[in-house]
Design a protein around this ligand. Sequence first.
Ligand code: G6P
Length: 471
Amino acid sequence: MKIIIISNRLPVKIEKKNGAFRIKRSEGGLATGLGSLETKAEQYWIGWPGIHVEDEKEKAAITKRLHKMNFHPVFLSPEQIENYYEGYSNNVLWPLCHYFFSYIEYKAEYWKMYQQVNALFCSESLPFIEDDDIVWIQDYQLMLLPKMIRDERAGVSIGYFHHIPFPSYELFRVLPEREEVLQGLLGADLIGFHTHDYMRHFMSAIYRVLNLNSDLDEINLQNRVVHIDAFPMGINYEKYHQAPTLPAVEKKTNSLKRKLGNQTNILSVDRLDYSKGILHRVNGFAQFLEEHPEYHEKVSLAMIVVPSRDTVDRYAELKTSIDQAIGSINGRYSKPGWTPVHYFYRSFAFEELIALYHIAQIALVTPLRDGMNLVAKEYLATKREEAGVLILSEMAGAAIELSDAIIINPNDTEQIATAIVQALTMPEEEKRKRLDKMQTRISTQTVKKWANDFVTELEEIKILNKEIVQK
Ligand code: G6P
């Protein structure tokens, strides 16, 4: 038995320098979880390598090197990227699932290419898949793939995990291809979501769109049962908790502390995305500065925005608006020796990020919608002797587990401003109590557990479904 992971992106970074390709593993949350699966089964990972390659010889050379790492690349053309990735995935499904209905840009080519690229992932994967394998498909870019694989490999065990929110039926119904998308997912034996709410929304769509006979967590098809469950994704807690003690991190922490002096530091880290509520957060911070001059020169916000999808128009526009909003706050409130917002538009190395988490007394995590949000968990995990306060949006999947954070509605900038004051004035004892509870949770519900729970349930279902077929 093998485990075959299929996701839009492979966990690698490939760069071309002086005519030669450099391949580096990128250790995202998913890669860490899968790397720690408690199984002897060999693992393969199939996905887009994130780089455009025209030349067939170069493609073959990259493929050969990736195969040595048990990765298989699915190369995409600029047209496929434009219509499948930027188009249907990120201009239709992403805004739909994050409740940005008015951001949906619909074009017929998007859907056509989404189908075509899902079929390409299928044909690239099939040579790797044998009957007793487990296939685990990741996320909204590949919602048609479970059925496509099922049609070709009836007996194989297929799982699908949806990493983003699943919207309420009233929103999902606007999708012209709602039926095909749901049918695509039902090719899986197990469909996983981060929370029970997403699961409930999905079941309601199944009932109303497909009128299928369904239970709370099972959908009965003619010869199979599809199981639905909630698996909240976590992080590698120990890695984040121990990281502040690494010499390289300690050095960075000390240097940052020296630079910041006695200032209280609030941290915010996101990928550039309108779903993250970055502008609302900046406005909330501006309101805090406006209403509380007593904190001027004492508190600053370090705002990290990691570049992402900047070829999609909405993202490019958002970047301009964030630049303007931060420029306007700094222009208005800065004083010699104090800049209210330190803004970084770039990605950070792990050590730098940990140092920033570690010195931040407060983390401001206020997405308008977020499937889970692992930044909140990473921040809490880095806390050791000094506690920290998490201000967290109720619209993040993580809010269900992290109810000891200061929970806010991210649309309410006044609430953000009030929460900042509450965090700044919170007694140490209360901070510690809240942190302990949340650390207990995230140190148990780790990414390793997430991956193992999913695969174990999939294996159990495989046995159950075999019994049904034999009957
Ligand atoms: C979210 C999605 C992932 C995606 C990631 C980065 O977390 O759930 O599927 O890979 O964002 O986005 P990108 O478009 O750069 O792959």
